[in-house]
Design a protein around this ligand. Structure first.
Ligand SMILES: Nc1nc2c(c(=O)[nH]1)N[C@H]1C(S)=C(S)[C@@H](COP(=O)(O)O)O[C@H]1N2
Ligand SMILES: [Mo]
Length: 411
């Protein structure tokens, strides 16, 4: 995977040696003795570096890391608390942002076009949006029986501020044909097998979603370069849909005259069965039996207090969190401390912009000392409400939006 580090004969490139020297802050003694194809340890990228020590690692081949829910308390998710979901390997450093290009091609462009990052920054207006990125499989661990895929608890979600240019502005500059119906992305991450003919993931969205104002080609998150693990130097960011459509390490977008047919667009990947299925039931993975997941369902989290908190009975407890609803807005958020027998309406703030999460807060008073559960339930602008029990089982373990609950003790 160290393709940019070594030259054709497998020796470290001059540029790589200079980077290594800068990285370690001293000269590399015996640089001439480094064997071909050998990658100095200083180059081994640690995706957990800079991450909160409370992040939960689900796996390292590929890297999948989730945020415990109480870490998601910030209004804008800081990068050290952003979950990581990789399908393949992380591209090798050093990545040169100066030579990085974005190619727009496919059946439905009038002519293929290429942009450097500099072109994108200079030629189009820059926009910043706060966008919910939630893995389609967030909450998967709640399904019984367990399905394949990462057993995410509830923390495969983030809502950071992304800066870049609108994909629609770029596509207008390229020129589309009448028959454009879908876009698909391609990123630089090598397949887990390191087989260069295989693609780790290449998904996309219908052209209507691609042309929304908030669909960005981003080079910054929270005002800084995107960290390598989150897609440096360029990323497609599409809020409200499964985060698998937000392609990292973006180098190409294909404008298609049919549904995009890239890796992880097939079978039951990011698809729901069109009819209810029995838990554990095997159904044929044909397109007729499944629909592609689009807008994500309404959901909410209690980010404060932390599960297991010991509370002071005499003081009203301020509790808070976020709620979001895919392409829709959240209309109401309620909490319950009596297992759903009664619900209390919370104070709900409007979103910073469309497709950002909304903050809710409320105060609860516990009637006597003891064990309690706090439940939260959001309702979206069309009246859809989170279920209190695990929703319909499905082969991919997607879209578990059951109410979040925390257990606390008051004394
Ligand atoms: N190139 C590339 N883009 C990708 C992925 C990937 O493996 N490779 N994973 C996708 C999935 S499934 C998710 S949930 C999000 C995760 O984004 P994050 O790691 O920045 O939180 O990235 C998406 N974009
Ligand atoms: Mo995902």
């Amino acid at each position: 995977m160290q393709n940019q580090l070594h030259d054709r004969r497998g020796f470290l490139q001059k540029g790589a040696l200079a980077t290594l020297t800068a990285l370690v802050g001293t000269n590399i003694v015996f640089a001439d003795k480094i064997p071909p194809h050998y990658t100095p340890l200083a180059f081994e990228y640690d995706p957990l570096k800079g991450k909160s020590s409370e992040m939960k690692v689900l796996g390292d081949k590929p890297w999948n890391v989730e945020s415990p829910v109480h870490l998601l308390d910030d209004a804008v998710t800081p990068v050290d608390k952003m979950f990581i979901r990789n399908n393949g390997l992380i591209p090798a450093e050093p990545i040169n942002p100066v030579t990085w290009t974005l190619t727009i091609k496919g059946e439905s462009v009038k002519a293929e076009k290429k942009y450097t990052l500099e072109d994108l920054k200079k030629r189009f207006q820059t926009h910043t949006y706060q966008l919910v990125l939630e893995c389609g499989g967030n909450g998967r661990s709640g399904f019984e029986p367990q399905t394949t895929g990462n057993p995410w608890d509830q923390g495969a979600v983030s809502c950071a501020e992304w800066t870049g240019v609108r994909l629609k502005d770029i596509l207008a500059d390229v020129g589309l044909k009448e028959d454009a119906v879908y876009i698909g992305y391609y990123g630089k991450d090598p397949h887990l097998s390191q087989d260069p003919t295989k693609v780790a993931i290449s998904r996309g969205v219908p052209i209507k979603k691609a042309l929304e104002n908030e669909t960005l080609i981003a080079w910054a998150v929270n005002g800084q370069d995107i960290p390598l693990v989150h897609g440096y130097p360029l990323r497609l960011v599409i809020g409200g849909w499964p985060a698998s459509v937000s392609g990292k390490w973006l180098h190409t977008i294909a404008v298609r005259n049919k549904e995009h047919d890239g890796a992880k667009m097939e079978g039951h990947s990011y698809r729901m069965p069109i009819r209810p299925v029995q838990p554990g039931e095997k159904i044929a993975e044909t397109p007729e039996n499944f629909r592609i997941i689009e807008s994500m369902p309404v959901k909410s989290l209690i980010t404060y207090p932390k599960i297991g908190a010991m509370l002071d009975l005499k003081k009203p407890l301020a509790i808070r969190g976020h709620a979001w609803a895919g392409d829709r807005a959240v209309a109401e958020v309620h909490t319950s401390i009596d297992y759903g027998a009664s619900w209390q309406k919370t104070k709900l703030q409007p979103a910073k912009n469309r497709l950002a999460w909304q903050h809710w807060s409320t105060e609860v008073t516990f009637p006597q000392a003891g064990y309690y559960e706090v439940w939260v339930r959001a309702t979206d602008s069309s009246g859809m409400m989170q279920p209190m029990v695990i929703p319909q089982w499905n082969p991919g373990g997607y879209l578990n939006n059951a109410c979040h609950r925390i257990a606390v003790k008051a004394a």
